[in-house]
Design a protein. Sequence first.
Length: 175
Amino acid sequence: MTSTLRPLRESDLPEVTALNNSAYPAVPLATESEIAGLVDIASLALVAEEDGAVRGFLVAVDPGAHYDSENYVYFSARAAELTRPFLYIDRIVIGEGARGSGLGRRLYDAVFDRAAGDGRAEVTCEVNIEPPNPQSLAFHARMGFERVGEQPTKGGEVVVALLAAPVAGREGPAA
């Protein structure tokens, strides 16, 4: 059965929070209230639903949001310096049983469609390199992301690769 992409609703928060926390350490642990706060500032928050269950979700944030994520702050400063408007993917989680099904690509296609429609130059995100997340790095490389920086976060507990992909010239739905 094919998953349906739709906006994340308040009623999804328990399932989204559980899915988020099942992906630790690839994404930070969060409470339902923290996920709700993130969704409140998001410009795009989607779930992939199949048979009434959330199989994945994605949250993206526009420039200018009041968000103190170290990685978002990096991309905000970079955008100001390069005058390149961006759409920042704060997190994407695909449930274990849905990985490799194309769901991540579909969620990212939706992000690139939004970014193109809003006149953004690039989509940005980060991926852990310590602790390592080689599957995510490989996925992002296939999606056209390139490393634009690297930084320690969480007091040095985590090191991330800061990634960006141009919106223009993409193949597929976002083109």
